[in-house]
Design a protein around this ligand. Sequence first.
Ligand code: S3P
Length: 175
Amino acid sequence: MKTQDNRRNIALIGFMGAGKTTVSAWLRDNMGLTEVDTDAMIVEREGMAIKDIFATRGEAGFRDCESAAIAALKDCRGLVISCGGGAVLREENVRSLKESSVIVLLTAKPETILDRVRNSDERPILNGHMDVDFIRCLMQKRRAAYEAAADVTVPTDGRSVEEIAKEICAFAFQG
Ligand code: S3P
């Protein structure tokens, strides 16, 4: 995706329900960044819903699509990239994102995450596991990968989207 904007991309990472989509929309509307959602890219490229990709090709098949989508963005600038919650589990994706993006980790407590995701059945990883214990456990398993990938970590519990987004901008666009 070519834009006239030379700013480094902002890549939002973090667990499902951490607020990536909401923050991304704010950065699009208020900072003029071009919004890209890796899940939406995958749906468009594959012509299939995420849950159908999981059902027919398994998680590994989905992760291959995710890596291809992220690789396709590495020469782009001026984007806010909302990454699927598992995107940074593959080292190659982190390397690819780092070439063009400031990587921002959004965090929230497992209880907050559950509140935000409980009414959706669009996330195959959580289907049948909509409880705080599962979320806490998976979050713990992923924590090291999230932290290793992040240039900055921004908590979201009890904060407005504007507050969160302004903190991100202060970091990403400083100097
Ligand atoms: C996933 C998160 C989802 C989506 C897929 C797998 C994960 O994206 O990529 O269902 O493994 O955490 P969101 O984080 O946008 O919900």
